[in-house]
Design a protein. Structure first.
Length: 97
């Protein structure tokens, strides 16, 4: 079993309130969760209007599939024009028994 984790810090330049930021973050979370069937949450900067950190995690039985899914999710973040990726980190953990 392999666990994939991703943390992406984003700048959302057009946001002028926490309510507007929440709308953008929820849209991001819903798109990724629906498209890739992963767990996703806002994990940092909840009190900042234009900044957020998103955490994604998932489990797979093959390392190569886990790597491919990590790459696809990161591509989603980099190809979206509504926000700017400031920082990202991903890891794959092997849970062999």
């Amino acid at each position: 079993m392999f666990v994939g984790t991703i943390r992406v810090e984003l700048l959302i330049p057009g946001c002028k309130s926490l309510k507007e930021k929440r709308r953008v973050v929820n849209s991001i979370k819903n798109k990724i969760k629906t498209r890739y069937n992963v767990s996703i949450a806002e994990v940092d900067f909840q009190d900042k209007w234009q900044r957020t950190a998103i955490g994604v995690s998932f489990v797979n039985n093959r390392q190569k599939d886990t790597e491919i899914l990590c790459q696809k999710i990161l591509e989603f973040f980099f190809e979206n024009g509504d926000f700017v990726v400031l920082n990202n980190k991903n890891s794959i953990i092997s849970m062999k028994g």
